[in-house]
Ligand binder design. Structure first.
Ligand code: THU
Length: 135
């Protein structure tokens, strides 16, 4: 897929902010939205969904990855995650692992310190290759 343009980033930010407004976060009151550009041009989104059993909460990135596969699969090439104010939010550790699995080292992520590849967001990541090379 071609390079990720400024328009792509703006579209991802808008999509993440919109889906954030539909988050179900009655326990933390911390709404999160995530949007990802797929290598076929689709945009997939997700919001966090909490539960009375607090530990069952699903992060926004988790919903986005589910939408990726439910909508036909593919690879993430660019991701934006925002908080309730529409400001860039760093993915939690678990979600960085989800992003690595579904985008790999070249996936670009908008971080609080600029756009970075996953190799910088999750250095020396464990991933699918390890299951083969270390078998
Ligand atoms: N949350 C996300 O959705 N994504 C992250 O990367 C960080 C945290 C959610 C989970 C929970 O519903 C709320 O933010 C507060 O932790």
């Amino acid at each position: 897929m071609a390079e990720v343009t400024e328009a792509d980033w703006a579209g991802l930010r808008a999509a993440a902010t919109e889906v954030m407004s539909r988050a179900y976060a009655p326990y933390s009151n911390f709404k999160v939205g995530a949007a990802g550009l797929v290598d076929d041009g689709r945009v997939v989104v997700g919001c966090n969904v909490e539960n009375a059993a607090y530990g069952v909460a699903l992060c926004a990135e988790c919903g986005m990855v589910s939408a990726l596969h439910a909508g036909g699969g593919g690879r993430l090439v660019a991701v934006v995650c925002v908080d309730q104010h529409g400001n860039t939010l760093m993915a939690c550790g678990r979600c960085r692992q989800l992003l690595w699995e579904n985008g790999g080292p070249g996936l670009l992520v908008e971080t609080v310190s600029g756009i970075k590849p996953m190799t910088e967001v999750l250095p020396d990541a464990f991933g699918p290759d390890d299951l083969v090379s270390r078998a």
